[in-house]
Design a protein around this ligand. Structure first.
Ligand SMILES: [Zn+2]
Length: 569
């Protein structure tokens, strides 16, 4: 492709709403253009990388036995009402009406539509398992779209849905998809991590996320370098913490004055104890009423674990009014001693062995010291509520967990029968008995993976494409397009490379060399071939890789061969 005939306009300006590198570089490199918040045009250069990503995904999905179809972007409300997600999905679901005032939504995910397809065609266990996928635009009405393609409202995603006669068959397909995803991210030459994850609003029994590791990632993951355990912190477990406070005789329960001490550090300062001697009492509101959650004073509570334990759809930190109603005290002085047994309370298992600890006294400016389970507090519900962090012990071995940031690029779920039961998607077994099909679903962000590749592969001058996702493989630069000899040779090498099957972008613009080199660094094409009057006089051209920019002078007659070698290597 000749640049002069292409649609590619770079810019030096960093757009002021672009917070992360991939967003900045994709805008500056003329790959995407914002149409509205979180809604983008993929410009021709960007679309080429997106298409390469789609090709890689298609190849691996087809190899894993999945079958491609294309479902509608617009879904009738009735299907979403069958699964009760019309309301449950909340404001993320973009609802629209047609001219007859019938309700529709712009699909954020396709469990309902695909289940409706399958329930009409599949009757017998003999037709199972099956695995259907598509690559399609989805829409989620994010409160705060940002980070360009990483958290867009309209985004391209590959989503697959598998249907099975039973859990064993689902297990086999789940493993096949997990392996296929690993191949996709390896094919893209990305550094990624496979982590255990929470199922969230999609539901189901097991799920894994594929994370591209990058400092700008929105997700935090922990991993153990010793045994390879890895999990999203929403889900991560850790070895039990050491008990707060040393064992020994039970102290007396004592109310102490802590004027104005509403934070952990204020309490520890006033009482001269470590934060691990405190037990925090957090008040949450759920659809079932208020719940108290107790966690060690120096640690954070994992709200995803609490919501999952309670089975709560809604979990929010209570405001001052509710805290006062439940505990009789302002925020900062809540505690479990002497509260009505009607109020549900759940303790983090890592404080179960604690003794002689400190809690709020349920009145302003006071705490209790010497608190002990049983004698002072009746607590019967214990579970893992700890927000795991770097430095915690690995739950699988005696290693130590490390904390990383990651970008979620893929997520696979074992759904079970949640959707097939709600939508009566059933099959007959070999005895003629009817069962709901067991389902799995498998998402992979197309644009997000391309953006994540940039987060992982760039320098201060621009993108450094991994070859498989590069919009073009080779950039041919004619340095002075007013020099006939330069143009003639550049034209010839461009033609020869194309004949050899290379994907070539040819910078034939009448621009200064400085502009061409800056643009070349910005758009990040892996191999560069520069033809200028100076080297031409010596019978040579200049070949370099974007990754190290080390220039090699190559005799003209060897130039094509050298470029092909670099691409192969
Ligand atoms: Zn480990």
């Amino acid at each position: 492709m000749r640049w002069s005939q292409f649609y590619l306009y770079t810019t030096r300006e960093v757009p002021n709403d672009a917070e992360v590198v991939s967003h900045q570089l994709m805008m500056r490199a003329g790959m995407i253009r914002k149409a509205a918040a979180g809604i983008y045009t993929y410009l021709p250069l960007g679309w080429r990388s997106i298409m390469k990503m789609m090709d890689i995904v298609r190849r691996e999905m087809d190899a894993a036995g999945a079958v491609e179809l294309m479902m509608p972007a617009i879904h009738p409300a009735e299907l979403w009402q069958e699964t009760e997600r019309w309301d449950a999905f909340g404001d993320l679901l973009l609802k629209i009406k047609d001219r007859n005032q019938r309700d529709f939504c712009f699909g954020p995910t396709h469990e309902e539509v695909v289940t409706d397809v399958v329930r009409r065609d599949v009757r017998s266990y003999r037709q199972l398992p099956l695995n259907l996928y598509q690559i399609q635009n989805k829409f989620r009405d994010e409160i705060r779209p940002r980070f360009g393609l990483m958290r867009a409202r309209e985004f391209l995603m590959k989503d697959a849905y598998s249907f099975h006669a039973g859990a064993d068959s689902l297990g086999e397909t789940y493993e096949a998809m997990r392996a296929a995803y690993c191949r996709v991210f390896e094919d893209c030459r990305l550094e990624y991590s496979l982590v255990e994850a929470q199922s969230g609003t999609i539901g189901g029994s097991a799920s894994h996320e594929f994370m591209v590791l990058a400092e700008t990632g929105e997700d935090a993951v922990v991993s153990c370098p010793a045994c390879g355990y890895a999990a999203n912190v929403e889900k991560a477990e850790a070895r039990p913490l050491a008990a707060a406070a040393a064992a020994g005789d039970q102290e007396e329960l004592t109310e102490v004055s802590t004027p104005g001490a509403t934070t952990i550090s204020e309490v520890t300062d006033q009482l001269q104890v470590g934060a691990d001697r405190l037990v925090k009492t957090l008040v949450y509101e759920t659809e079932e009423g208020p719940v108290l959650a107790l966690v060690r004073g120096d640690r954070d509570l994992n709200e995803a674990k609490l919501a999952s334990y309670l089975g709560a759809q809604r979990l929010t930190m209570a405001g001052d009014e509710v805290v006062r109603r439940v505990t009789g005290a302002p925020v900062g002085f809540a505690g479990p001693v002497g509260l009505s047994p009607e109020i549900r309370r759940v303790g983090d298992q890592s404080i179960r062995q604690s003794s002689n600890f400190v809690v709020g006294a349920n009145k302003a400016d006071a705490h209790f010291t010497g608190v002990n389970w049983g004698r002072d507090v009746d607590l019967s519900e214990w579970t893992d509520l700890l927000l795991v962090t770097g430095g915690d012990g690995c739950p699988r071995c005696d290693g130590t967990l490390e904390l990383h940031r990651g970008i979620e690029v893929g997520h696979i779920f074992k759904l079970g029968t949640k959707y097939s039961e709600a939508m009566e998607c059933t099959y007959l077994d070999d005895q003629g008995k009817s069962h709901p099909m067991t389902m799995g679903c498998y998402g992979l962000g197309i644009g997000r993976t391309v953006a994540a590749a940039i987060e992982q592969n760039h320098d201060e001058d621009g993108i450094i494409w991994p070859l498989p996702l590069a919009p073009y493989e080779v950039l041919v630069i004619a340095l002075n397009t007013r020099d006939e000899q330069v143009v003639e040779l550049a034209d010839r090498l461009y033609d020869q490379l194309q004949e050899q099957g290379s994907e070539v972008l040819y910078d034939d613009r009448d621009e200064r060399p400085g502009v061409k080199f800056k643009d070349a660094d910005l758009i990040g094409i892996p191999v560069r071939l520069v033809i200028g009057a100076k080297s031409l006089a010596g019978g040579q051209v200049e070949v370099s890789l974007r990754r190290d920019r080390e220039k090699i002078l190559v005799p003209i007659e060897n130039a094509v061969e050298r470029v092909l070698e670099l691409l192969a290597g």
